[in-house]
Structure formats: C-alpha cells, structure tokens
Design a protein. Structure first.
Length: 305
C-alpha cells in the first residue's frame, strides 16, 4: 500500500508550490492532502500530473476543485483516466466545442502513432498533421499552443532537439484505448492511413538525387567530411521519419486505400533517392525490411524493357 508514501509526496509537492507561489493555507490543509492522496489510488504519476495541471492553470482554486470533484474513485486506472480526460477537456475548451475536439484529436493521433517509432519536434510533427476540418493547415503556432496547453502530460525534450515526449507511458496507453479515451480516441487504421499519405507526400517533394551534395560517390559514408552536419542541414527531420517509417505505418493501414501511393513510389526514381537517404542516415536495414514487406503484399514482376 503506497498511500502513506503518496501522502508524504503530495504534501511535499504542495509545500513547494505554496512556498514558491505564496499560496494560501488552504493548499496545505490535511483534508486536501489526504483527499488527493486517496484519489491517486497508489499512482505517483497521478499526483505528479495533478501538480503539473494545477500549476498550468495558474494554481487556481477552481483547477484544484475540478481535480477533486472530477476524478474517479474506482481504482487506479479510473482515477488516472479521469485526470487525463480533465486535462484534455481543459485543452479542448469545454465539451461543446466540436471544432476544437477535431483539432485536438488530430494532434493527439499524430503524437500517438509517432511516439513509439521516433518522437518528433513540433516543426516535424506539424508536417504530418493533415488538413483539419476544412482548414488547409493547422498553423504551426496553433500546434505549439496546443502542446503548451498539454504540458502536464507532454514535454519538450531540449536535449534531443526539442522532440515532444509523453511524461509517462500510461498516457499513450490511455490514448490507444477507445473505452478509456472516449471522445479523444481515433481509429488506429485511420491514423496510419494519414501517416502513410503524409510520408509519401513528404518523400515526393523532398527526395532528390545527391541530396547532401556529395562531391563523389566513390567514398564510403564514414570517410565523408562533415557528413553528420550535411545530413542535418539537407535532410529534414520529417523526411528522415518518412523514409524510415512509411512501411511501418503501411502495415497497419488499409492497403486498398493507400496502395496507389506505394505503386507510384515504386515506379519512380524516388525509390533510388530513398535508398540514398537511408544509406546516409544509417537506415538501410529498415529499407530492406520495408521492401520485404512490400514483396509479401504484391506480386513482384520484372520488366526487361
């Protein structure tokens, strides 16, 4: 039973907030501390998320009251799910805002399907978000604002170039479960179809011959001066992701829907430029696996012409 430890942890976090922000004595009342510890249902991550959430809401009494009144009491998952829903509903701006729900669901879906492959920065993530509810594009600034609103469950990892990570894997588990996630859930096949389409669009516009401008092809990659810098400058993060993971998304999508994108890709010179990028970023094994998967789906023909 971790409740006693969580009670100590809760009180410690609240004391730090009270001291730093000069809050009222209500925030340290035993009744509040014990109620928060009880609702955590043995999960430290619940308490940690609550502290981030109320901090994001400017430490208002209303934010704390919403946590106390809105979370479940039927076990740890129920409490955690209710808390995550509170965070998402707050970002959505209320249950009546249908437009914001569509946008938020699109953003959460992109994070959900990329996080387990390779978490992306806001700029790269933006390239994988499709047309949203009649808008040509979700503005990059709007995406950044949504990520900021979700900082109690997401964070920007500055040490890795600003990629967006989940604060705890339980949030991804929550997003993947339709029953737990409710209105914020999206069918995974639909998500992967979007990603396949975006991967091929990005490769179509981004791939080209000798993308890094190498002076000769007669030198091994390991012997090319400043190759790492050239790759970073010439092969954007979104293009690297698309080259590495289009097949991973294809395996989970409806091939009948996205198959033409693949056929067009295989019949073009882009497949050679794709292999070049994989070579430059050390992903040729991934390319081999992708081609093996494709050959298992389609009859492979050779044309001597």
């Amino acid at each position: 039973d971790a409740e006693e430890d969580i009670t100590l942890y809760t009180r410690s976090r609240l004391e730090a907030l009270v001291e730093a922000k000069r809050l009222g004595s209500r925030w340290l009342e035993d009744k509040l501390v014990h109620e928060l510890a009880r609702k955590a249902s043995g999960l430290f991550i619940w308490t940690d998320t609550v502290m981030k959430f109320v901090s994001d809401q400017y430490l208002s009494d209303a934010a704390m009251d919403s946590v106390i009144s809105g979370t479940g009491n039927n076990g740890s998952m129920s409490s955690l799910d209710a808390l995550y829903k509170s965070v998402l509903q707050n970002t959505r701006g209320g249950s009546g805002n249908a437009q914001n729900l569509i946008i938020l669901r699109t953003v959460l879906g992109a994070i959900r399907v990329t996080a387990k492959n390779q978490p992306l920065s806001i700029d790269a993530l933006h390239d994988f978000i499709p047309q949203v509810s009649g808008q040509m594009n979700l503005p990059r600034e709007a995406l950044g604002a949504i990520i900021k609103e979700l900082r109690s469950v997401l964070y920007e990892d500055k040490s890795k170039g600003g990629i967006i990570r989940v604060c705890h894997p339980s949030f991804l588990d929550f997003l993947e479960n339709a029953e737990r996630c409710g209105d914020f859930w999206t069918d995974p096949e639909q998500l992967h179809e979007r990603m396949v389409e975006r991967c091929f669009v990005i490769m179509e516009t981004g791939l080209k011959f000798n993308i890094c401008g190498l002076e000769t092809s007669c030198v091994a990659n390991a012997d090319v001066a400043n190759l790492e810098r050239r790759v970073k400058d010439k092969i954007p993060e979104c293009l690297q992701y698309g080259c590495l993971y289009w097949a991973a998304h294809l395996t989970k999508a409806n091939q009948a829907t996205v198959g033409q994108h693949l056929v067009d890709f295989l019949r073009s010179l882009r497949i050679l430029y794709w292999l070049e990028v994989l070579s430059l970023i050390g992903g040729l094994k991934t390319g081999l696996n992708a081609l093996q998967y494709v050959s298992s789906l389609y009859e492979v023909r050779t044309n001597h012409e």
